[in-house]
Design a protein around this ligand. Structure first.
Ligand code: X2X
Length: 333
């Protein structure tokens, strides 16, 4: 059904695994779903991982990637993952909080100053805490989180320069209490919409804006339906690579090791790709028509504090989780 090319790293194998046409299907045929187009580094690096897994497992593990919400909107696919209809799912921790409440803690507004702080936290105690919460909820999660990025705010109407510009603003947010709470604290009018419907919601004017990292704006062609892009950097978010527990347990240990090794290796490469894009895309998006502006984050963070955002979420997550967050970022929020 599918043959693969021998990669440069596969020299340990005597011969490339090539599946002849009409050959038996793999022992484990699993699906990996996500919300990003094929052109996003998640899918480019994801494709490398599943090819390496097929090869190193000698054809026993065949993981098919379903990009662009082909299997459904994120909140639906999360249900499919739990039920076992989908075996792997690359999902935002902040959306995952609809099932695992404290998984969204990385999304607290302005928590991370830069990528160094992000990786230190997510490869350290904060990430370990989140993975523990996810496992307690009955899902499998790979060690390495994949990057989505620092989120910027786009509008069809006006640039966002000060927090006052967000008052009454009709903005799409992903489906998650944290996002709704943050934009309610800014005084905006947030609407929860799955990513699958974002382009059309912007096109038809259901909302006037949205927020996402530049790499997502690029692959989703959001300049076609948005005009201004304000560098608000209000949140960093990533994607956990989640697994269905029964499907994972069905894999013998040696195959589990092959799968996690290649997924985690691809996560590292995906991070480098996405970081590079999120820092280099501004010029490219400008050429497509976006009008950019930078903002001073301090008054935005102050606005959240005045509105009681940090106090509310400290209470929701609990003192222990909050202490892990504050220690990871090295400051009090
Ligand atoms: O839904 C979004 O905006 C996206 C693509 O950034 C996430 O998956 C959180």
């Amino acid at each position: 059904r599918r043959s693969i090319l021998l990669g440069a790293t596969a020299g340990v194998l005597a011969a490339p695994f090539i599946r002849p046409a009409g050959a038996q299907s793999a022992e484990f045929t699993y699906k990996l779903a996500n919300n990003q187009p094929l052109t996003h580094p998640s899918n480019i690096r994801g494709a490398e991982a599943v090819a390496a897994i097929l090869e190193e497992s000698g054809g026993r593990v065949d993981i098919q990637i379903f990009p662009s919400n082909q299997l459904g909107a994120d909140t639906d696919v999360l249900g499919q993952l739990r039920a076992g209809g989908v075996e792997f799912f690359l999902l935002s921790p902040v959306i995952l909080s609809t099932l695992v409440p404290n998984a969204s803690i990385n999304g607290i507004g302005f928590a991370f100053p830069d990528y160094d702080a992000v990786w230190k936290a997510m490869d350290g105690e904060l990430g370990a805490y989140a993975r523990g919460q996810i496992e307690d909820a009955g899902l499998v999660v790979m060690d390495k989180i994949w990057d989505n990025g620092f989120r910027q705010t786009t509008t069809s109407t006006k640039p966002i320069v000060t927090p006052a510009d967000l008052e009454g603003f009709k903005i799409r947010v992903p489906v998650s209490p944290l996002w709704t709470s943050m934009f309610t604290a800014f005084g905006s009018a947030p609407t929860s919409i799955n990513f699958a419907e974002v382009y059309s919601a912007l096109q038809t004017g259901v909302v006037d804006g949205q927020e996402n990292p530049l790499s997502i704006m690029k692959v989703a062609k959001l300049w076609e339906v948005q005009k201004y892009c304000s560098m608000t950097n209000h949140m960093w978010d990533g994607f956990w690579l989640l697994g269905n527990r029964r499907a994972w347990a069905a894999l013998p240990e040696d195959l589990q090791e092959i799968v996690s090794k290649h997924f985690n290796a691809s996560a590292d490469k995906q991070r480098a790709d996405v970081m590079a894009l999120n820092t280099s895309l501004r010029g490219e998006l400008e050429a497509e028509g976006f009008v950019f502006n930078d903002v001073d984050p301090a008054p935005f963070e102050a606005k959240l504090r005045e509105a009681g955002f940090y106090a509310e979420w400290k209470k929701t997550y609990g003192d222990d989780a909050w202490a892990i967050l504050e220690s990871a970022i090295g400051r009090t929020l």
